[in-house]
Design a protein around this ligand. Structure first.
Ligand code: NAG
Ligand code: NAG
Length: 227
């Protein structure tokens, strides 16, 4: 699933929070060494060699996407196996945040933010989003959403662009985010079915929560229940 949803989340996240500033999370150097080891193992699962420097985010993203493109749906359990192992490996380190990627020599805060969002989205897609019955029971939805993504990419981008404009015009950022999520969900709902829209909304929500938890935690950005 990851191949076709991340880019718009990134835009949402970047549009709606001050992520280009400094990160405040911090761990001890012992913990950073362990976090790095989690990523070394994770990257090896994609045949990406890592020693001290985490791969460029989009290089990693494309390696994963190429695997999904080449092998389709049946590779998703492998992608999630890697993702869940990473989550388990990182679970003890609640100090972790985007600064962990700076510690792994990420080139800049955008790269660090992208990795941090990717982790949150992976945790949703391979956890609640993977196991919930409305997704797991409709495997063809995978292909439908992939198709919609390709077919309606400009429209999806337009949802994000509109959020940037709305915020610029003084709209409440949480309201602008909700509007953006609704806009994306409508595209998937019309293209696949209601629950595809719910799924995309929850993916967006997971990404948003990673970088800009205020709106989500205040209950100002929500998704409908699946049917
Ligand atoms: C990694 O490389 C090995 C050996 O070439 C190959 O069998 C395997 O499919 C590759 N794995 C991925 C995830 O690309
Ligand atoms: C951040 O680093 C990446 C990878 O080197 C680069 O492609 C990107 O343009 C950089 N972004 C900024 C805002 O500097």
């Amino acid at each position: 699933m990851t191949k076709f949803i991340l880019s718009s989340i990134l835009l949402v996240a970047l549009a709606s929070s001050e992520v280009s500033g400094q990160f405040t999370d911090s761990c001890t150097s012992d913990v950073y060494a362990k976090i790095k080891q989690c990523y070394v193992t994770y990257m090896a699962g994609y045949n990406l060699t890592m020693t001290d420097t985490i791969p460029e985010y989009w290089a990693f993203h494309f390696a994963r996407r190429d695997l999904l493109d080449a092998d389709g749906l049946h590779i998703q359990p492998y992608v999630c196996q890697l993702g869940n192992s990473l989550s388990d490996c990182l679970a003890p380190y609640s100090c972790m945040g985007p600064n962990a990627y700076m510690n792994m020599n990420a080139a800049n805060t955008t790269e660090a933010t992208d990795y941090w969002i990717d982790l949150a989205v992976t945790q949703y897609q391979c956890g609640a989003g993977y196991n919930c019955k409305y997704y797991a029971l409709t495997m063809t939805e995978f292909y439908c959403m992939a198709f919609c993504r390709d077919r309606y990419q400009p429209n999806i981008d337009q949802c994000d662009a509109q959020a940037v404009i709305d915020i610029g015009n003084g709209m409440d950022p949480c309201a602008a985010q909700q509007k953006d999520f609704n806009c994306q969900a409508a595209i998937y709902r019309n293209c696949c079915d209601f629950n595809a829209g719910v799924y995309i909304c929850n993916v967006d929500l997971a990404g948003s929560k990673a970088v800009n938890p205020a709106c989500v935690n205040a209950g100002l950005v929500t998704c409908p229940a699946p049917r």
